[in-house]
Design a protein around this ligand. Structure first.
Ligand code: 5AD
Ligand code: SF4
Length: 463
């Protein structure tokens, strides 16, 4: 058993990075690395980075400035070392440049190689001050096959990566370049990991993938499972009460998936389905492979299958060439579909993507004006949905302590945080039925209706 070492991991960006950071900790645990909350004094610092928009990437460089000071302080006596590693999508996209700009970075590795971390760490420990390590391959062997079989405890709600990479090549997006080609994990690997998580106390699992509903993993009998089929298998796991998946592409919503929303009470009636824009011209320039009409059609089918389904989405405003009329199409789409939550971004040109070289880039002030209008409309819809929850009963998975004394916070089927007071601490990890008595823009408050819900079938009746 190695001596304990302190590992500080900072995660930027998407939930896939949150999952990856957790698995990096799993990989490093046998080497004696234990997670800590502060970079000061750590033996290893990993920044697990995001390249999706310019701001996210810039943040990494400013954080590295701070880490440089911690590293100097720790190594001042000449004996201690601090390995500084940059992982994730900035590492993948700008690894060599990063090494050049930041001489104190010891190690750079992309999202596909962190199963090789023990070897990299051993090399870095031997080589500090001399060799530096860069590993941004897309190795032929699959990362998931080389990660530890045991996953660590993750809490009542956990992420589980089932798919990685993307073959869609939307013209604004770096993911196909940083995460590589689409890959699906074998179905039984996913089921086994889910069982392990449930054995450690998890009650809700969110399946992750950059294009999660393109999932086509190897089936137990040699064929292939769609996401719909995988959801059915996961639904059979006793003790797993709630299942979600993200992020989906409208093109890949197939009959199996729609049927899963119809048939599986454990599948939460809340779906993140990015649309990006409402104008067909812009959607085409984005290479989204769907138009406004097909998005509306998919939503109609999903709601037919599951009438209480609600949607969230991603939007980009100010894509090159977006006219006032195009933007109005986006606003109209939002009015027609209604979203109960959303992420919206100003278009950010990313190096190496086709859209960054397009003519007619939209001026910053226009982007700002449009995003403000869009966000105001989306906030209105979110608040209206929250207000409509008043008086309803909802099943809430209690996950953590609230800010106030005696308060617990959980999640509704629609991912709304719900506060409740006066329940014993032992209610954490339970799904309780709450009557909603307070509706705020980003959260709800509730009161207990009866004892913890045992029968999951009741879950869907709330909406
Ligand atoms: N500019 C702005 N937003 C972007 N996204 C992806 N690439 C860009 C970009 N270049 C947004 C999309 C995507 C979400 C994860 O990030 O809306 O769905
Ligand atoms: Fe990026 Fe488009 Fe793939 Fe989503 S579907 S990860 S936006 S390329």
């Amino acid at each position: 058993m190695s001596a304990t070492k302190k590992l500080f991991v900072k995660t930027y960006g998407c939930q896939m990075n949150v999952y990856d950071s957790q698995r990096m900790q799993d990989v490093l645990a046998p080497l004696g690395y234990q997670p800590v909350d502060d970079a000061a004094g750590a033996d290893m610092v990993i920044l697990n980075t995001c390249h999706i928009r310019e701001k996210a990437a810039e943040k990494v460089f400013s954080d590295l400035g701070r880490i440089r000071k911690h590293k100097k302080a720790k190594e001042a006596n000449g004996t201690d070392k601090m390995i500084v590693a940059v992982a994730g999508c900035v590492a993948q996209a700008e690894g060599a440049e990063l090494m050049r700009r930041e001489p104190m970075v010891d190690m750079v590795f992309g999202p596909q190689t962190y199963h090789r971390l023990p070897e990299m760490v051993a090399r870095a420990n031997r080589a500090i001050g001399r060799d530096r390590i860069i590993d941004t391959d897309f190795p032929a062997e699959e990362k998931f096959d080389h990660l530890p079989q045991q996953v660590s405890r993750q809490g009542y709600s956990a992420f589980l990566a089932i798919q990685e990479g993307c073959d869609k090549f939307c013209t604004f997006c770096v993911v196909p370049y940083t995460r590589g080609a689409e890959y699906s994990r074998p179905g039984m690997d996913v089921v086994n990991e889910a069982r392990q998580l449930v054995g450690k106390g998890t009650r809700e699992i969110t399946l992750l993938g950059q294009n999660v509903n393109a999932y086509h993993g190897e089936a137990s009998n040699g064929g292939e499972w769609t996401l719909g089929r995988l959801l059915r298998e996961l639904s059979e796991i006793d003790g797993l009460d709630r299942i979600r998946y993200t992020t989906s592409h409208p093109r890949d919503v197939d009959g199996d998936l729609i049927a899963a929303h119809r048939d599986l009470p454990k599948l939460m009636p809340f779906l993140h389905l990015p649309i990006q824009a409402g104008s067909d011209r812009v959607l085409q320039a984005m290479n989204r492979k769907h138009d406004g009409a097909s998005y509306r059609e998919i939503v109609a089918k999903l709601k037919d299958a599951c009438p209480d389904l609600a949607l969230s989405s991603d939007f980009i405003v100010g894509f090159p060439g977006e006219s006032d009329k195009d933007f109005e199409d986006t606003m109209q789409m939002v009015r027609d579909i209604t979203f109960i939550q959303a992420f919206s971004f100003k278009y950010s040109p990313r190096p190496g993507t086709p859209a960054s070289a397009m003519e007619l880039q939209v001026p910053e002030p226009v982007k700002t004006e449009r995003i403000m209008r869009l966000q105001a409309l989306l906030a209105e819809q979110q608040l209206e949905f929250n207000r409509n929850c008043l008086g309803r009963e909802m099943d809430v998975l209690l996950e953590r302590y609230g800010k106030l004394e005696g308060q617990l916070v959980g999640k509704s089927p629609y991912m709304q945080p719900v506060h409740v007071s006066g329940l014993p601490e032992s209610s954490l990890g339970q799904i309780v039925r709450l009557k909603i008595t307070e509706a705020l823009p980003n959260s709800l408050g509730g009161e207990l209706v009866d004892a913890p819900v045992q029968n999951r079938d009741s879950e869907r009746k709330i909406a």
